[in-house]
Design a protein around this ligand. Structure first.
Ligand SMILES: [Zn+2]
Length: 319
């Protein structure tokens, strides 16, 4: 790699619906950022075209030549330890693609770091964000689906193949709702932005809830305000999301006993309503009940940028 006197890196977070790319300095400050739609409807080569163009546009934004600064990319799915996107429920075009190698080749041999998007977010929050005071940090991103990453003593837990943390597809109800992954009853069908939209739509269809704003556009904020005004249906939606969140966290706490659980993603619009409910529910779920030490639940410090900043950190570590 050529000299990089400004110490910049590019981090890209590819979500289920949108991509956020950041040009980040050594203190994790974002110098510039760009957005694009995730190429969910395109074929493999077209999707790679979009990613390549996005990486190049971020270099232009940061006034850097390709090859001068590290590039890291968080992908929404199962990513192997050597950078192959094995399976993505929300971006099937890249299933089986060696994203690291293909992008590197398209960018003239530049090294590209690739990992799971939620792992990148976890790395950011654990190292420099809301989890920096804990040694065991679980991060959940509650967006289109659920992403998760676990950082212990500053290092991501990746598992034997790289797939650790695919918690959104734990089957919490084997006969439950169908999921884009092909399974049924996945946790993310019950706790995510998608789940919130479904619950609101069901209530609107039953004519028990009236939403004035466009569904999907700040819907969390709308539900929260309605609940705070005493709307029982809106409160019921928050109760249901909280219950499913607490049930899933019960499995996770039992398995790994994190010191802090950090929540990110769009559903955190509801955090000040959901977190107290989950804190109240967890002792009813965990072994030992109230004897079990409480788990801290926090909101991500870096908001929607956690994944992109984490991807830049991943790139720095590999460069
Ligand atoms: Zn699933």
């Amino acid at each position: 790699m050529k000299p990089n006197p400004e110490g910049l890196a590019i981090g890209i977070d590819i979500g289920g619906t949108k991509m956020l790319g950041c040009v980040v300095d050594e203190s994790c400050a974002v110098i510039d950022q760009g957005r694009a739609a995730t190429p969910t409807e395109l074929d493999r080569e077209e999707a790679l075209d979009v990613l390549e163009e996005f990486v190049r546009s971020l270099h232009e934004l940061g006034k850097q030549e390709v090859g001068t600064i590290p590039v890291g990319i968080g992908l929404p799915g199962m990513v192997t330890l050597d950078g192959v996107m094995r399976f993505s429920p929300h971006l099937h075009a890249l299933d089986g693609v060696d994203v690291r190698a293909r992008l590197s080749e398209r960018l003239g041999g530049v090294a590209v770091s690739v990992g799971n998007d939620a792992n990148c977010a976890a790395l950011c929050e654990a190292l420099v964000g809301a989890g920096k005071d804990w040694s065991d940090v679980l991060m959940l991103t509650l967006g289109t689906g659920i992403g998760a990453g676990w950082v212990r003593d500053g290092e991501l837990i990746l598992g034997a193949h790289g797939y650790a943390g695919e918690l959104g597809h734990m089957k919490v109800d084997p006969d439950g709702l169908s999921c884009p992954c092909g399974g049924r009853g996945c946790w993310e069908r019950y706790v995510s932005g998608t789940a919130l939209e479904r619950l609101v739509q069901e209530a609107v269809d039953r004519e028990t809830l009236t939403i004035d704003s466009d569904p999907g556009e700040g819907i969390g904020q709308t539900v929260k305000v309605l609940a705070q005004r005493g709307d029982l249906v809106a409160k019921g939606i928050l109760d249901e999301l909280s219950l499913w969140l607490a049930r899933g966290l019960g499995f996770i706490v039992a398995m790994g006993d994190p010191g802090v659980i950090i929540l990110g993603g769009g559903l955190t619009d509801l955090a000040d309503e959901v977190i107290p409910r989950v804190v109240a529910l967890l002792p009813t779920i965990l072994e030992g009940g109230t004897i079990h030490e409480s788990v801290s639940l926090r909101i991500a410090d870096f908001g929607e940028r956690s994944g992109a900043i984490g991807a830049s950190l991943m790139a720095r570590r590999s460069s």
